[in-house]
Design a protein around this ligand. Structure first.
Ligand code: PGA
Ligand code: ZN
Length: 394
């Protein structure tokens, strides 16, 4: 048995920061090991891999019976082969047998095991030439399905710091987050935290944007939005809490108004997940703004190809668990890069302290990483960027 051959795979049910069950995998070879946890979404796109087709405990049992025997003895450094076995054993289009959470946990743990066999950090193993750190994009305020308080329809009001240094950028985000908290306290606004640690309160998106714009200017950041529009699109209209019911054209004009009023640099999912035409129109009309597809593309190389053909968006969210394997994730990244789409690696609202996306974002030379501002599972990913930056300097 070669030293990089897989000699054991352990699976267990663990918890996300949201309190839901998920899958952790450990892939072990003679001279390396890797551990990875599948995150899970709340406002998930409908074209994503099916994370939990059965209860997590049943998925573990199924994988132990059907998948793990096929993977034992395989070379951990042969990622494509491992991911192919996972897909073949699953034998569905969206991991609805083996479970997307099992697939991505094993696939990522195999990659980490391979990197550890060579004594390398994951990003270096993936790409020895990687030398830049993505800019963090962090959520100051959460609305939509990420909070119990029905407030802002827009799911995420984000900031994108302007410096070229991970630690300085994280500090800028923290200062904005903390100043926003001070504003809430000062005004005696009843507030809480959303699933990703962002502030949440009974405030409209524009009330929040008025404050965040001032703080972003003060600290040196641009503003971003994840509208997650599929979540409030019902019967052909975008239905806002304040009573507005907008059609696609009106939605586009509203988003353009927000972009120009608040000098917004990043807009994710401004339309529902199947409206490629409106995405294309906004990308053309909102010059200089990053228009990013999350639910639109679901990290799927085939859906991305369709988007490219229609010139929909100029950036893509990459969430490995949306597509289920590292091989397919990297394929999507490569296609996007060839078309000059910006790459935005992203956490999920149900996440853990696993830092794989920080490593993958650096290894693939992504421009942006969206992983929150505060809270254990968010902080772990941000702190990993500081460590990687230190390694890059030496
Ligand atoms: P999630 O959404 O709840 O599906 O993780 C986060 C996002 O829309 O970016
Ligand atoms: Zn999103």
């Amino acid at each position: 048995m070669a030293k990089t051959d897989i000699k054991d795979i352990q699976l267990r049910v663990v918890f996300t920061g949201k309190g839901t069950k998920t899958i952790e995998a450990e892939v072990i070879s003679a001279n390396g090991r890797g551990r990875a946890v599948a995150p899970s979404g709340t406002s998930a796109g409908s074209h994503e891999a099916l994370a939990f087709p059965s209860k997590p405990e049943q998925l573990v049992k199924r994988a132990q019976d059907e998948l793990i025997p096929e993977l034992l003895g395989q070379d951990a450094t042969q990622q494509k082969k491992i991911d192919n076995i996972i897909s073949v054993v699953d034998n569905t289009k969206n991991f609805s047998h083996i479970g997307g959470s099992v697939a991505i946990a094993i696939s990522t743990a195999a990659l980490k095991c391979a990197a550890s066999c060579y004594g390398k950090e994951l990003f270096q193993y993936l790409n020895p030439k990687a030398k830049s750190i993505p800019k963090p994009l962090g959520k100051v305020f959460g609305g939509g399905t990420h909070t119990l308080l029905t407030t802002s329809d827009i799911q995420e009001i984000l900031v994108l710091p302007k410096k070229n240094n991970a630690k300085a950028n994280i500090e800028i985000m923290q200062n904005i987050q903390s100043d926003f908290g001070a504003y809430l306290k000062n005004k005696k606004i009843f507030a809480g935290r959303d699933l990703e640690g962002g502030w949440t309160a009974e405030m409209s998106s524009e009330q929040v944007l008025d404050i965040v714009k001032k703080l972003a200017d003060k600290h040196g950041a641009n503003i971003g939005l994840d509208i997650a529009a599929s979540e409030f699109y019902k019967n052909n209209k975008y239905r806002y809490i304040d009573g507005r019911n907008l059609n696609a054209e009106e939605q586009k004009e509203y988003v353009k108004k927000l972009i120009s009023k608040y000098k917004i640099k990043y807009v994710e999912d401004p339309f529902h997940e199947d409206d490629f035409e409106s995405f294309a129109a906004l990308t053309k009309e909102a010059k200089g703004c990053i228009i990013c597809g999350d639910d639109l593309f679901t990290t799927n190389p085939y859906i991305l190809q369709k988007g490219i053909g229609m010139k929909a968006a100029n950036a893509i969210i990459i969430k490995p668990n949306q597509i289920g394997t590292i091989t397919e994730t990297l394929r999507t990244v490569e296609i996007a890069k060839r078309q000059n789409y910006q790459i935005v690696f992203s956490h999920r609202s149900g996440d853990t302290c696993d830092t794989a996306i920080s490593q993958l974002a650096v290894g693939t030379e992504a421009q942006i990483i969206k992983c929150g501002i505060i809270g254990g599972e968010r902080t772990s990913k941000l702190n990993e960027l500081i460590r990687i930056e230190e390694t890059l300097k030496h």
